[in-house]
Design a protein around this ligand. Sequence first.
Ligand SMILES: [Zn+2]
Length: 344
Amino acid sequence: MSPSPPRVLPLVLQVEHLRRIFSKLNPDLDPQRIDWDITGKGPLDPTAPYSENHQNMENAYPQYKWFETSKDRAETKEQAIEEYADFLDYLLGLAVIPEAREEMKPVLEKALSDYKYRTERDIEKTTLRKTVKKLEEQLLEAKRTGKTQTEIIKKEIPKIKKETERPKIPKPRLLPPPPETCPIEGTHLSLLTRIPVKGPVRLTEEEESFRQAMHLPTLTEEITWIDVPPTLKVWVCEAPTPHYFERSADGRLIQRTQEYLYKKILREAAKLRKITAPLPTLPSIGLPPTHRPTPPVVLSFQRWLRQIKNMYFTEYAKLSEEGRKNMRDEYEKWVSNNIRGLFK
Ligand SMILES: [Zn+2]
């Protein structure tokens, strides 16, 4: 008899349900600001049941409403603990050979009590789940091929012990500042690490010397991406022609042009790198341009879907296999055209 683990609802369906809950409880917010990644790179864990992923989302985005009532939240947590207990039961009873069960039992009990501890305190459980899941996979593989499980157990038990013995100190549930929107058209604002700028921009002598000292490219009519130094904070909205903002000391948004920000970045970066202005006699024209290729501007597949195809990843996931392939081909073509365009 082949052991079959308790079934987990496919993540695509979990996401559908979670999106519905998010939209119902946060009707004014755009679900697009949530990371719905289903490959395990975001807060959603493809190996976890719905009850756990529901909590994962709340832990990742505590500023939004994820449960209708506190009773709902408590019940979801209880359910997650029960489901994890079921999973460990199955693991001990079916995946572990009888001779090894004595040794495994206390370890899995520890895993369960750690799971409970984390659930009650809203601490992530993904690492614990992955460690135990890896053990399960190895045990099943050994069972299938008739190999001994003893060595696997010897190797994996310390990992689970380590994972469960030092529960992380719960993070205080400090709420991040409320989500901000563009005062012009109301789309979501996000913090930028680079800003796109286009030439021509007239620089002062001092600014030009900073630019050269930092080996930044001269601006052309093509877009150049300039890193925002860590001491500056620049926000951008999601409008087709985005608006850029800084914040005043009292938190108000101040709109800035890209040219303004470019100049400010030059000064700020020079300050950070302790580059001082040269003697004022330095000519500002006729300087040899420092030419460096700009880094390629490549959107990730998911961003490309959103920005170019106006499609959510979950919608893409629902396409036929052929439809998905066509979409990926189109994306690859777009990327290679884009890169070629940049270096031409
Ligand atoms: Zn805007």
